[in-house]
Every structure is written in structure tokens, then in C-alpha cells.
Design a protein around this ligand. Structure first.
Ligand SMILES: NC(=O)c1ccc[n+]([C@@H]2O[C@H](COP(=O)([O-])OP(=O)(O)OC[C@H]3O[C@@H](n4cnc5c(N)ncnc54)[C@H](OP(=O)(O)O)[C@@H]3O)[C@@H](O)[C@H]2O)c1
Length: 280
């Protein structure tokens, strides 16, 4: 495993396991499988309704807590100082842990400044080892960085070969914020796993399109958290540290960038109405 050192000195694995859309009933089994095949970083969120499954798997894993890296996120409906504060304690309870390694604001909506103040307080109290954001496009990220006491350590945004976020990456680097990808396979959209550029480059190294895509992000300095409910795919997605893409291959994959979301844009009023509606 490779690690990145965040802006407060905390070490974070470059590759973890994400549990978005993992059924709460199946989450404990999935996280137990992920830990048993070697994952040490798990990414969940209040809005995934599966923090309890993550906590149960971690508690039963036998892996010392300090060897694991747990991320969760405060949802829009828990925004604002008071609600966020209570929700952090609720997440700790569900995750069956004394501390969260990385706590993110899930979406840049509702009173996220109030949320951030509660997160800074939890950070100072030792309940959280690092704090950051998710889905903060450059405009909101810069604004936040300018007015908070504890600079965000991480920004988790949609990032994959079709939406590489080159400009956003530059801004994150400028402000000392680690870029983390969500949807590293674009959830399979655009026939991701059969993309000819990825499959042909991967074949040269004896790797799949999925492994090639993850390797591309890792070599671009982006943390990845692929999701799979299948144990053999979990193993495959972790097996990306024994090869390196050449400069030419990196350039060819950079050519896949479409510069726009495969899902939705947080600048689109309809998206904002949809997401804020979920937080009501
Ligand atoms: N902050 C946010 O707003 C946000 C939004 C989305 C996601 N996330 C985080 O990012 C994580 C990853 O993103 P994601 O879950 O949306 O999508 P993803 O990781 O891009 O794609 C997951 C999909 O790819 C399939 N898959 C995984 N490995 C594969 C392989 N080696 N070969 C073929 N198919 C494979 C999975 O199927 P099976 O499961 O059936 O194997 C699943 O359908 C999430 O779990 C979550 O933790 C955060």
C-alpha cells in the first residue's frame, strides 16, 4: 500500500474501499471481505445508511483500530453547527469507534460553514483525525479555505478517466488539499470496463481496464476508493501496486478526458434542487 501525508501530518492510504450503494444488510459482509483481502481504508457516509455495517465489520475484524482508516461524511440534512455536532457523535456510535480518521462535508449545500465549525471542534477534541470536504468545486473550495481555522485536508470529487478534474486538481494542490476520487470507474458508465484505450494499455501489463484506470489515478496523485460487492473484484482492484504506466500510456489515458461529469454538475440548478431536496 502507498500512503499520502495530509496537510496536518496524518497518513492516509492511497487506495481504500467505498461502500456507496452497498445494501446496509450486506455491508458488514462486504467490509469484512474487503478487510480480509487487505483493504485498510473504508469510505462510508451518513447518507449511505450503512455506517453500522462498517462498524460491525471493523469491530470483528481483529485488525487493530490504528491500522484502519475510516472516513464518513456529514449529510446535508445534518448541516449547521448543532445538528452536525450531534451527527458526528451518532456516526462515532454507529461506527463503534472513539475517533473517525477523516470526516468530510458530503455536499456544499445548506449551512456548511456551521457544519465545518462543528467538525473543527471535533477535530480539536480528538474525535476526528482529519477534516475535509466532498463535491466542493474550485469556487466553493477556495471560499472555504479562506475562512476556516483548520484547512480542509481532502476534497473528494467525481474523478475518473472521463472526468479527470485537471483544473480542480491544480486548485487543490495550490491550497494543500488532497484530491480524492469518487466513482473511479464512473460506476461503469460509458462502457467503462470495455474502453479500448484502457483494455489495450492494461493488456501490456497483464492488468484489467479497472486496474489500469486505478493506476492512472494513483500515478496522477489522486486517492481512490473503488467499490465492489464481489470479493474477487476487491482483490483485483487492490492489486495495482506492482506495475507503473509509462509516460506515453499516461498521456494516452489523459486523452480520454471529456472534461465534464458522467453524472451531474453541481453548477446545474436542477442538480442542486435534487440534492438539496434530499437534505430536507
Ligand atoms: N462523495 C460523494 O458524493 C460520493 C459519490 C459517489 C461515490 N462516493 C464514494 O466513492 C466510492 C466509489 O464510487 P462508486 O461506488 O460510486 O462507483 P465506482 O467505484 O466507480 O464503480 C462501482 C461499480 O463498478 C463495479 N466494479 C467494481 N470493480 C470492478 C471490476 N474490477 N471489474 C468490473 N466491475 C467492477 C461495481 O460492481 P460490483 O459491486 O457488482 O462488483 C460497481 O457497479 C463509493 O463507494 C463511495 O464510497 C462518494
Amino acid at each position: 500500500m502507498e500512503f499520502v501525508t495530509l496537510n496536518n501530518g496524518v497518513k492516509m492510504p492511497m487506495l481504500g474501499y467505498g461502500v456507496y450503494q452497498v445494501d446496509p444488510a450486506e455491508c458488514e459482509r462486504c467490509v469484512a471481505d474487503a478487510i480480509s483481502v487487505g483493504y485498510r481504508s473504508i469510505d462510508t457516509a451518513q447518507a449511505y445508511y450503512n455506517e453500522e455495517g462498517v462498524g460491525a465489520a471493523v469491530a470483528k475484524s481483529g485488525v487493530p483500530r490504528e491500522e484502519l482508516f475510516l472516513t464518513t461524511k456529514v449529510w446535508i440534512s445534518n448541516a449547521g453547527y448543532e445538528k452536525a455536532r450531534a451527527s458526528i457523535d451518532e456516526s462515532l456510535r454507529k461506527l463503534k469507534t472513539d475517533y473517525i480518521d477523516l470526516l468530510l462535508i458530503h455536499q456544499p449545500f445548506n449551512d456548511y460553514y456551521g457544519t465545518y465549525r462543528a467538525m473543527e471542534e471535533a477535530y480539536q477534541a480528538g474525535k476526528v483525525r482529519a477534516i475535509g470536504v466532498s463535491n466542493f468545486y474550485p469556487d466553493r473550495l477556495i471560499d472555504l479555505c479562506r475562512f476556516v481555522e483548520v484547512p480542509p485536508a481532502v476534497n473528494q470529487v467525481e474523478t475518473h478517466v472521463f472526468q479527470q478534474q485537471a483544473k480542480a486538481h491544480e486548485i487543490m494542490q495550490k491550497y494543500g488539499v488532497q484530491h480524492e476520487s469518487w466513482g473511479p470507474f464512473a460506476e461503469g458508465r460509458k462502457d467503462f470496463f470495455h474502453n479500448p484505450v484502457l483494455t489495450e494499455i492494461g493488456a501490456k501489463y497483464g492488468k484489467s481496464s479497472a486496474q489500469t484506470a486505478l493506476r492512472f489515478l494513483l500515478q496522477s496523485g489522486v486517492v481512490v476508493i473503488p467499490k465492489s460487492t464481489h470479493r474477487e473484484r476487491m482483490e483485483q482492484n487492490l492489486d495495482v501496486f506492482d506495475f507503473a504506466l509509462s509516460d506515453g500510456d499516461m498521456a494516452a489515458i489523459r486523452g480520454l478526458d471529456e472534461g465534464e461529469s458522467a453524472f451531474f454538475s453541481h453548477y446545474d440548478p436542477e442538480t442542486v434542487e435534487f440534492l438539496t431536496g434530499l437534505g430536507k
